[in-house]
Design a protein around this ligand. Structure first.
Ligand code: DGT
Ligand code: CA
Ligand code: CA
Length: 579
């Protein structure tokens, strides 16, 4: 069975979790977590790398020991270490570890004091008020546990889009190799580039549906066939991801693609539009009475109702049909429009590559600039920079900039926004940087009013440039914090600063609807990778997808500016005095 990077990463994460609960060596735990991240972020399958004779040790952070584990998993689907650890620690406990506020110490307390193994047991104990009696817990923690479990049950069945991408791409390749197939395309929310995907919807055109379906259900990854008909089949993959396959004739391709791309709300609105013109639109075509007038291509379907084709990312019935009718559809930003990245880390804090490695990787992508934005010292778990270490890095950046051609490193910092809205470094230090990226990493549970005030105050600092990951969510374990985002966007407008759309798969924040609001307010959005390794630039494609969902065009995005146009914008922002 082909083993995907995500499968190996999941095993490494579980090993790390189990080691953590068992109180193992922190360095060992970290090594597994880093390796999991490396694998997940990899743009190619490690199995094919190995098949080409390359060794996993060529990857950053993968030593001989981890490489041996990877080989074991590729060959057998698992590693003996996992079995051993699962005997030592009840495996369900790792699920508890992923609830906010529960570290290994608390999980151990729950296990030993209350014999809690599972999330369900934890939920019941919390509702009974038994958690608050434990040492190190309180009524507040207990309530947070209840909230988190409730939130989880509504969101946990969805996958981050970045997680589904390797599965989708591998399946498309597999289906293309099958018999009598012409088009293969992933439709549904995946094609609309939603930040999370409920299931994959794959559309295939063929003259022999049953042969395609036979081929599909033989795919190695298929764990279970949920439902099978003559032109459709639903399966669950081993990763638990569900895939719906639809098989249609070539001349229905466009109509089926429109239908299965959705969204449902968009489809219904489009169908109504058709009805007003005496047309019937369904997944087989566009019909006037019994006569088919369109359906081979998406263009033909939209043209039948007098519209240009609408980009999939806009198809949410949020005004796109009206815009299409008015000729005001946006010309959406594209990945190739990005000229640089304004959020990246190096080995100086919690990144895994050096300044130079990051600079060269950015240059290789065709970027003109890369802002180095380490954490500031308040974030001690990431080994954040104090003033002295920041100054040392600035010197090093100057040296590298003099040495390297074709790429400019910008001096910056991801400075912590403290609870009172102050920044973690004084203005005189921040004033020496090209830009200042501010972010919240602590006290996520302030009231909406306090959290909003905190951010507005931070934006008032004279050097503040970009608000990073504006709602702080980490999918799936941390919900966005409660803030008044329209007010923050408005304030950004007044203060002349910018908002980040963080393309890290777990963040994908600013949300699409707020991207759109930012555009309406004239606030530029910076689409950043938050790279912690040279591989992370790859995630920018998902950030672009979300920006497109937010109707953003090239000129709405800060880092589509070439360096010479970017610098004045940053300076304007930095020099602005507090009124
Ligand atoms: P997901 O899977 O929850 O991330 O979201 P989608 O949009 O992929 O939804 P899914 O998989 O249930 O269905 C795929 C597309 O099929 C959906 O976007 C639109 C179309 N569709 C599904 N059910 C209906 C329906 O009842 N009416 C219409 N007009 N279209 C539907
Ligand atoms: Ca779907
Ligand atoms: Ca579906």
């Amino acid at each position: 069975m082909p083993v995907h990077n995500a499968d190996i990463a999941a095993i490494f994460e579980e090993i790390a979790d189990l080691l953590e609960i068992a109180g193992d060596n922190p360095f060992r735990i970290r090594a597994y977590r880093n390796a999991a991240r490396t694998l997940r972020d990899l743009s190619h399958e490690i199995t094919s790398m190995i098949a080409h004779g390359e060794e996993p040790t060529a990857l950053p952070g993968i030593g001989n020991n981890l490489a041996a584990k990877i080989h074991e998993i590729v060959d057998t689907g698992t590693t003996p270490l996992l079995g051993k650890l699962r005997k030592r620690v009840p495996p369900a406990l790792t699920e508890l570890l992923h609830l906010p506020g529960l570290g290994p110490k608390r999980v151990n307390t729950l296990y030993h004091e209350l014999d809690i193994h599972t999330v369900e047991q934890l939920y019941r104990a919390a509702l009974d008020g038994r958690i608050r009696t434990l040492p190190g817990f309180g009524a507040k923690t207990e309530q947070r546990i209840v909230d988190a479990i409730r939130a989880r049950s509504t969101t946990s069945r969805r996958f981050k889009i970045a997680t589904t991408a390797p599965y989708a791409e591998a399946l498309v390749t597999y289906l293309q190799q099958g018999p009598t197939v012409t088009h293969v395309i992933v439709a549904g929310s995946y094609r609309r580039a939603k930040d999370t995907v409920g299931d994959l919807d794959i559309l295939v055109t063929t003259s022999a549906p049953s042969r395609v379906i036979d081929h599909f259900v033989k795919y190695d990854e298929v764990a279970e066939v949920i439902a099978r008909g003559s032109t459709r089949v639903s399966v669950r993959l081993r990763s638990t991801l569900q895939v719906d396959l639809r098989v249609v004739a070539e001349d229905s391709y466009g109509a089926a693609l429109v239908y299965f791309t959705g969204s449902k709300a968009h489809n219904i609105a489009l169908r109504d539009l058709g009805q007003q013109r005496g047309l019937r639109i369904n997944e087989y075509g566009v019909f006037r009475k019994d006569q088919r007038i369109a359906g081979e291509t998406e263009d033909s379907v939209f043209a039948a109702v007098g519209l240009p084709v609408i980009p999939p990312e806009l198809r949410e019935n949020r005004g796109e049909l009206q815009a299409a009718r008015d000729g005001t559809l946006p010309h959406l930003v594209e990945l190739s429009d990005l000229k640089g990245d304004l959020h990246a880390h190096t080995t100086a804090t919690d990144g895994r590559h050096s300044l130079k490695e990051m600079a060269l990787a950015a240059r290789a992508r065709g970027f003109e600039y890369l802002a180095i934005t380490e954490h500031s010292h308040h974030l001690s778990i990431a080994h954040g920079l104090d003033e002295y270490r920041l100054m040392t890095q600035i010197t090093e950046i100057d040296r590298l900039n003099a040495q390297l051609s074709g790429i400019t490193l910008l001096k910056s910092i991801e400075v912590d926004i403290l609870e009172d809205g102050e920044l973690d470094l004084p203005d005189r230090v921040l004033a020496r940087l090209d830009l200042v990226v501010g972010a919240i990493h602590s006290r996520m549970h302030l009231s909406r009013a306090k959290q909003t005030e905190r951010i507005l105050r931070a934006m008032d600092r004279p050097s503040f440039t970009i608000l990073a990951h504006p709602t702080g969510r980490l999918m799936p374990e941390r919900d966005p914090y409660d803030v008044d985002m329209p007010r923050i966007i408005h304030h950004a407008r007044e203060r002349g600063c910018f908002l980040e759309l963080n393309a890290h798969p777990e963040r994908m924040d600013l949300l699409d609807t707020y991207c759109r609001l930012a555009k309406q307010e004239g606030v530029l959005v910076s689409i950043n990778s938050d790279a912690h390794s040279v591989l992370d630039f790859h995630n920018l494609r998902f950030g672009i997808g979300q920006a497109r969902r937010g109707w953003l065009e090239k000129e709405d995005v800060l880092n589509t500016r070439p360096l010479h146009a970017l610098l004045p914008l940053l300076r304007n922002c930095i020099k602005r005095e507090v009124a």
